[in-house]
Design a protein around this ligand. Structure first.
Ligand code: SF4
Length: 346
């Protein structure tokens, strides 16, 4: 179970004057959502639990909350993302309780191979321990750089599967703390630097070079598969943090300028089965970058990212990871707060 600061959530809801709320949670936090719901009900707040699967702060259920007559949305498991929200929304990140230092201590020999000047990055689950990790590593003689990142991330040093801005610092290598494979892989491809992933749960480390090379090879194969495609479906998502309409239009325009047929499509949850009836030869996903990369084996047609289309059309030579950039972070934006967002977001 993750610790959810139920008392703080209640206080925030009182500040808003919320009487009925919607709680949205990822699959891993369903029990926590239930427990929070019971606590809030006992304290006089009517609660509705949102049952759809949620993968990120990019997909807040604020529209649903509004249509249900809720005064607020409580979004569990992800950190604040700057979006135009239709109801006051409280983002409640779930911080993991595992201590990251033992895994660092057990792998100092490998970490030293990154060089002396290293970038330190992590996901929202471990970001509260970044200061502790930094202090530990500095005590061992490293120069540790924690990038500020752009406004799509909540904290310095935080990476998302679609944003590696905090990893772009002047370091010899990048140390990623966290479980899972996609984030450090993205860091390695996006920065082109030696990247070591330290898993604080298992204590294992993984060098990402081979994985990154394998991914790039697979992506070149997707591009090659699309080389004879004459018609493209360019798909974006209605999820608020994935709706990249300007970029999708740019890709449609580029394809047409190069003699291809291209149509803009929009859907909420992008998956190939839902597109089966269309006759396009290939697709471009201009939404969450994980979709074409993680899920391409389930697509019967080639599926590309916007940058891969540029390669296909001969406008770009080097492979680049698709990212969703935020704006420049302004100094007065809140950083490192467990519960924040709604006042800046509406
Ligand atoms: S767009 Fe994809 S990678 Fe980015 S936050 Fe949303 S689910 Fe995560």
């Amino acid at each position: 179970m993750h610790k959810i600061p139920a008392g703080e959530v209640l206080n925030e809801l009182k500040l808003i004057g919320a009487k009925r709320i919607l709680i949205q949670s990822p699959e891993g936090l369903r029990r926590e959502a239930e427990a929070l719901g019971s606590f809030l009900e006992e304290n006089g707040v009517e609660v509705i639990l949102h049952g759809e699967v949620n993968y990120g702060a990019c997909d807040p259920a604020d529209r649903e909350a509004r249509s249900l007559g809720c005064d607020a949305l409580v979004h569990l498991g992800h950190s604040y993302m700057k979006l135009h929200l239709e109801v006051p929304t409280i983002f409640v990140p779930a911080f993991a309780e595992v201590d990251v230092v033992p895994a660092l201590e057990g792998n100092l020999g490998e970490i030293r191979k990154l060089g002396k000047r290293i970038a330190l990055v992590t996901t929202a689950q471990h970001v509260h321990q970044l200061g502790k990790a930094r202090k530990f590593l500095e005590g061992k003689g490293f120069e540790v750089l924690v990038g500020k990142g752009d406004s799509r991330v909540s904290w310095p040093g935080q990476v998302l599967g679609c944003n590696f801005s905090s990893a772009r610092v002047d370091a010899e290598g990048v140390l990623f703390i966290g479980a899972g494979y996609f984030h450090p892989l993205g860091v390695a491809v996006a920065t082109g630097k030696p990247t070591l992933a330290v898993n604080p749960y298992s204590g294992d480390v993984t060098w990402m070079k081979e994985e990154a090379e394998r991914l790039i090879r697979k992506r070149w194969a997707q591009i090659a598969k699309a080389i004879d495609a004459e018609s493209f479906g360019v798909v974006t998502s209605t999820k608020k943090g994935q709706l990249r309409l300007g970029e999708a239009r740019r890709i449609v325009r580029l394809l047409r300028e190069h003699g291809k047929e291209a149509e803009l499509l929009v859907m909420n949850r992008i998956s190939y089965p839902a597109l089966e009836g269309f006759s396009f030869d290939a697709y471009v996903v201009v939404a969450c970058p994980r979709i074409p990369i993680d899920d391409y084996e389930n697509w019967r047609k080639p599926v590309l990212t916007p940058k891969e289309v540029e390669i296909l059309l001969g406008l770009r030579e080097d492979y680049e990871f698709d990212e969703i950039p935020g704006g420049e972070r302004t100094e007065d934006e809140p950083l490192g707060v467990a519960l924040h967002g709604y006042r800046d977001s509406i």
